[in-house]
Design a protein around this ligand. Structure first.
Ligand SMILES: [Zn+2]
Length: 118
């Protein structure tokens, strides 16, 4: 298993969450790779925003969000704990964009279904 490199993109301004347009906690560039229909390996990097509002239901994101609540910013240091949480979270989100689109559609449908029941 090769180690996947996750880049934390830092800037003057906090990242904007593409989903709710609020300030996100973290912008990371996560590598992804899969084989397309022609058998060609496709690799790239996906910019992903961790958002305290949108990611509460994302696997492993809650722990990372809690970390930010406790420590404030990544500036506090890339502690081992932080890197572990980041890696676990990134593992969940780095699926191919096409699958991700389908996943998000399913999540959306699930949310609507849940909202309808309550
Ligand atoms: Zn959001």
């Amino acid at each position: 298993m090769t180690e996947r490199r996750i880049d934390i993109v830092s800037g003057q301004e906090p990242p904007t969450c593409p989903r709710c347009r609020q300030e996100g906690l973290l912008l990371a560039r996560v590598p992804y790779g899969w084989t397309n229909e022609g058998g060609v390996a496709v690799e790239g990097r996906n910019g992903v925003v961790l958002c305290a509002a949108c990611d509460t239901d994302t696997p492993y994101a809650a722990q990372l969000i809690t970390w930010f609540h406790v420590h404030g910013t990544v500036e506090a240091g890339h502690s081992e704990e932080f890197l572990r949480l980041l890696a676990e979270w990134a593992e969940q989100i780095s699926v191919p964009p096409l699958d991700r689109q389908r996943l998000e559609t399913e999540i959306e449908q699930w949310r609507r279904g849940r909202a309808a029941r309550t």
